[in-house]
Design a protein around this ligand. Sequence first.
Ligand SMILES: C[C@H](O)[C@H](O)[C@@H](O)C(=O)CO
Ligand SMILES: [Mn+2]
Length: 424
Amino acid sequence: MPTSKQITAAYKLAQQRYADLGVDTEAAIAKALAVPISLHCWQADDVRGLETPKDGVAGGGIMATGGHPGRARNGDEMRADISMALALLPGAHRLNLHAFYAETGDKVVERDAIEPKHFSRWLDWAQSEDLGLDFNPTYFAHPLANSGYTLSSADDEIRNFWIQHGKASRKIAQHFAKKLKSPCVNNHWVADGAKDDPQDRFGPRQRLAAAYDEIFADKSISAKHCVDAVEGKLFGIGSEAYTVGSQEFYSNYALTRDKVLCLDLGHYHPTESVADKVSAHLEFHKKLLLHTSRPMRWDSDHVVTLDDAVRNLFLEIARGDAWDRIYVALDFFDASINRVAAYVTGTRATRQAILCGLLDIFPPMAKEQRAFQPHEPLAFMELTRALPWGAVWDELCRRANVPAGADWLDDVAAYESQVLLNRD
Ligand SMILES: C[C@H](O)[C@H](O)[C@@H](O)C(=O)CO
Ligand SMILES: [Mn+2]
């Protein structure tokens, strides 16, 4: 693995190479370190939640598969594992919590009754790690979600239960934001839908819109603190034929209600480009929440790698200079590998994509108002891929005081043998 001296020497050469193309690597490193990435707490425990012991499935259209030992079994273990991952990650981070990670002791507290106090241990830990907090109401993995419909249910009792949960989530998000002096993104996703063609597609969508309107009607919640986002999807396990909260539904909802639209890289047809959607949405929406994920043939939530989808997404953000109009969050869960390694791999890949976006040669070229021959953009895009961004990344890691290269694997191996393998 490269020494600190070797990293700096390689960086100097890379810096010059980029400078010749008009790219300021110092500015790119500083900005790439500053973009906050919200780490999803649910990779640590395979999306099980802390409410009651459950086996395997999270329920509601998503599922972590695999049986690698060492899964976190409680809040303390989750926090320890995430702290371990954070120690190996460069840059600014937040923690993205789901409501079913409330810690209520021996008391069963229903989701419509959760309060900020049930997350005080997460809040204390976030303060100690200097992290902002984001939040998500959990509209799945619950007996009242078994019918396949929650906020869009035709059953008043079920729908009202989930409306109360949505309202409670916003109070918690506002509390986090005030305590941590940092706005809290509160992302709403429901798995509502049908496995096979329903006879009524209108009713659930009308009820879903009305339910959200009721949730968001609470005027005691300020958008300065609680930044509500809504996340659509093409299909899920059990909602193959009909997903109530589709992309079109949420795009229109967010636009007409001034909410943030969430784009998850796993939520589209495999050939659809999420990068291409960014400029279309940002022409109309103020902000986007981006969930980085890797859909292997379907919405499988594989650990993020530096693939074209993630790279192109942040190239697009860079080309539109839209850094202040996005929130970046992770969304993957793999129970078949060491979960700390999953965090480190996926978070590093996301930040590498951010860095590659910032090292793009097109924005400086655009300033020169250079007229391209039709064949040139493609040639320059190929050149961009071949530029020594890895040397800039190593330098970024060195400055952030975290291992460059794959040196972090040693730390993960030690943590696995000393901590993770001692769990049942
Ligand atoms: C656990 C999250 O809420 C979930 O992954 C959601 O963001 C999603 O993407 C569902 O497919
Ligand atoms: Mn998502």
